[in-house]
Design a protein around this ligand. Structure first.
Ligand code: TRP
Length: 445
């Protein structure tokens, strides 16, 4: 099957669309808040550069050289006698599992868009009640919004890599950027703005602990959608002549920029209203809505824009999670796209429903195993085990298994000899080591 080709900008926006997700606008700010601010941000930036961009380039190399889905790519690029590497293609399952619970969160965000149109809670207590009520007591409402998020995602993917995915990213990513930028401009008028900037950009080294370093590394890895076959799959459709190094750096740069803008914006509100930055995961769903509720009509507008931005960020990530398995089934298993979509759709919907039920008070006991609800199981299984294992496999494959001259031919004109060798050294040793440390820490934390 001939896959289409992205345009240069199309690839950058699609890969950035995958990378920029709920992780940037939701997780990055609360993790920064919980881990002491500027020092955390610094470690995060260093990890993006050292580990993130390195591994991103490794995935680009696999996809671009093989020009096939992830499983075929591992198989084709492995030398004779090492074809067992095709099993590394299992990585395409990981994002399907992520999509199952990610789509639920997108459903919550859709509900918050709707809520922004009427009356928002005016106290943290009320806001907590609204959020808790939704996920614990209101399964049908959640099923409705989950189904809407699911349908949007699969409709886009069904239209194909170019007509569906590239096009959606070309529309949604600039809109996302404009909305976040507008919200940041508003945040600049708040008294908390200065403090927010200081909190994010002036590192207080006394706040660096082993834990905050590891948390920053983990987040930097999570945010670039690595180790799950997404970047590989998108890279298989790169245009023939493209400066791969520049494009990859652009993607990491956009991802970082949006996380920082979201951080500055959210902390401006937090400080303006005299709240602590360390509110945790409830920051977006509880703390901010109660502030917006207090602000009157303007609060409704801001809330609406923020949740629309989050949904856009979510959609462009969710579609990227589906494509690798579809591409695998179409190319490797020779199924029609429709059949592949039906299978993956059924899996995401069923797993998503089980995850959704695992948050509902009266039903959760049916889908709780070893004290963990199914939602948390999917989350932990993917972020603690599957993603890091995928990342390490990619690094080892590119660093030690693949033909080095192919890598050299692909990259050297953009990086130069010296930088190419540094990159290869990082792929071989730094990336596996760092990702392993992140993984072990996830287990101990
Ligand atoms: N990068 C996405 C975010 O920041 C989340 C993510 C993690 C992801 N793994 C992924 C997205 C795999 C697509 C595919 O929210």
């Amino acid at each position: 099957m001939q896959i289409g080709r992205f345009t240069r900008v199309g690839f950058i926006l699609a890969a950035a669309g995958s990378a920029v997700g709920l992780g940037n606008v939701w997780k990055f700010p609360y993790m920064t808040g919980a881990n002491g601010g500027g020092a955390f941000v610094m470690v995060y930036l260093l990890t993006i550069l050292g580990v993130g961009v390195t591994l991103f380039l490794a995935e680009v190399a696999i996809g671009r050289i093989a020009r096939k889905d992830a499983a075929s790519a591992f198989k084709d690029l492995a030398p004779e006698g090492k074809k067992g590497w095709k099993w590394a293609g299992f990585v395409v399952i990981t994002p399907v599992l992520i999509a199952s619970f990610y789509t639920i969160v997108m459903g919550w965000l859709l509900k918050y868009i709707v809520a922004s149109l009427s009356s928002l809670p005016t106290s943290v207590k009320q806001a907590g009640g609204m959020f808790g009520g939704m996920i614990e007591n209101n399964p049908w409402e959640q099923v409705f919004y989950f189904t809407v998020a699911f349908t949007i995602t699969f409709l886009i993917v069904s239209r194909g890599l170019i007509k569906g995915i590239e096009k959606a990213n070309i529309i949604l990513m600039p809109l996302l950027f404009v909305i976040l930028f507008a919200l940041m401009m508003y945040a600049m008028t708040l008294s908390g703005f200065g403090e927010a900037v200081k909190f994010l950009f002036v590192p207080d080294f006394s706040k660096i602990t082993a834990n905050s370093i590891l948390a920053a590394m983990g987040q930097a890895f999570f945010t670039l959608s690595l180790g799950v076959g997404v970047i590989m799959t998108y890279a298989s459709a790169l245009p023939e002549h493209d400066n791969l190094f520049k494009s990859s750096v652009m993607v990491a740069g956009l991802d970082t920029l949006i996380a920082l803008i979201a951080g500055v914006m959210i902390f401006s509100f937090t400080f303006h209203y005299g709240l602590k930055p360390s509110e945790g995961p409830g920051l977006i769903f509880v703390v901010l809505p109660s502030l917006f509720g207090d602000m009157g009509l303007l609060g409704n507008v801001i809330s609406f824009l923020l949740f629309v931005a989050l949904v856009f960020a979510g959609i462009t990530s969710a579609i990227s999670m589906i494509e690798p398995s579809i591409s695998y089934m179409e190319n490797y298993l020779k199924l029609t796209r429709l059949k592949a979509l039906s299978i993956v759709g059924a899996v995401v919907y069923v797993l998503g429903m089980l995850a959704l039920i695992s948050n509902v008070k009266d039903l959760k006991s049916y889908v709780t195993f070893f004290d963990l609800g199914f939602f948390d199981i999917l989350d932990k299984l993917t972020s603690m085990i599957l993603m890091p294992v995928g990342g390490i496999l990619v690094a080892i494959f590119v660093g030690f298994v693949m033909d080095k001259t192919k890598l050299h031919d692909l990259f050297v004109e953009f990086m130069g000899e010296r930088f190419f060798n540094v990159w290869l050294f990082f792929v071989r040793y730094l990336v596996p080591l760092c990702v392993l440390i992140i993984m072990v820490n996830n287990f101990l934390a």
